[in-house]
Design a protein around this ligand. Structure first.
Ligand code: CAA
Length: 261
């Protein structure tokens, strides 16, 4: 496996089918500098193409998931340097992953840190987690999806409040708003997130991928064409061996043995 400077990568779970990527720049509260994101993109891609991996977890440490894009790195950027370099473009790599990605958030998830969590498919949080889009405090606006993904999670009024004030929200508020799906004690967060990944890992990887594609389509289109998309993916499951196996196993009252075919 490649060695990284800004992340730690491991494979966990009883079946060794859960890929964990831990952001590891603790001195900068995991500020998301470009080298970190390049490594993160590589690690995600590698797990995505590794057939032994069912789901991926992105996490940080107890103090910070990530405190945002690296302010020191971008301090001297200009409009033209951003345009020419495609500043932050590599962030979307994470959202091109076919497998489920779960964010396990303890501590600060601010600015780009909150946006990274929202690039994931599911967000679990430790009870001390703090979310926010504080870019307004430093004279800019969210630039990696905060103004677009946050309103899709929490609606317009709450998203506006978060983006225009820069105020932080705690884990329980985030759960109430629908940004986070569950909150756990700080020291239980990672093991609960692994359990979730393992539960997903009991299903057909092929069909999990189809389900993820279909849910994601809900954020891209009208209801009518989204329903049409869903129907074609649903019909498509009937072209898989795993659909046949799943229904046969149910009728025969035994656990299914999915083959990813
Ligand atoms: N970029 C670079 N360095 C950062 C950082 C960031 N986003 N966040 C924290 N750090 C660094 C600090 O500079 C400090 O480094 P030094 O020890 O070298 O001074 C170290 O991490 C520890 O941070 P603090 O001393 O500030 O820790 P604290 O506990 O007092 O405060 C905090 C924690 C409230 C999270 C505070 O660090 C903070 O406000 N961070 C910035 C949050 C922010 O504005 N994020 C948005 C960034 S912009 C963005 O993300 C754009 C986008 O949409 C993509």
């Amino acid at each position: 496996a490649p060695s990284y400077e800004n992340i730690l990568v491991s494979v966990v779970g009883t079946k060794k089918n859960v890929g964990v990527i831990q952001l590891n720049r603790p001195k900068a509260l995991n500020a998301l500098c470009k080298p970190l994101f390049v490594e993160l993109g590589k690690a995600v891609k590698e797990f995505d193409s590794d057939s032994s991996i069912a789901a991926i977890i992105i996490t940080g440490n107890e103090k910070a998931f990530a405190a945002g894009a690296d302010i020191k790195e971008m301090q001297n950027n200009t409009y033209s340097s951003n345009q020419k370099a495609g500043f932050l473009q590599e962030w979307e790599d994470v959202s091109n992953c076919g497998k489920p990605i779960i964010a396990a958030v303890n501590g600060f998830a601010l600015g780009g840190g909150c946006e990274l969590a929202m690039l994931c498919d599911i967000i679990y949080a430790g009870e001390k987690a703090k979310f926010g889009q504080p870019e307004i405090n430093i004279g800019t606006i969210p630039g990696a999806g905060g103004t677009q993904r946050l309103p899709r999670y929490v609606g317009k009024s709450k998203a506006m409040e978060i983006v225009l004030t820069g105020n932080f929200i705690d884990a329980h508020e985030a759960e109430k708003m629908g940004l986070v799906s569950r909150v756990f004690p700080v020291d239980k967060l990672l093991e609960e997130t692994v359990k979730l990944a393992e539960r997903i890992g009991t299903h057909s990887p092929l069909v999990v991928k189809m389900a993820k594609q279909s849910v994601n389509q809900a954020f891209e289109t009208t209801l009518k064409s989204g329903l049409l998309y869903e129907k074609s993916i649903f019909y498509g499951t009937f072209a898989t061996e795993d659909r046949k196996e799943g229904m046969t196993a149910f009728i025969e009252k035994r656990p299914p043995n999915f083959k990813n075919e």
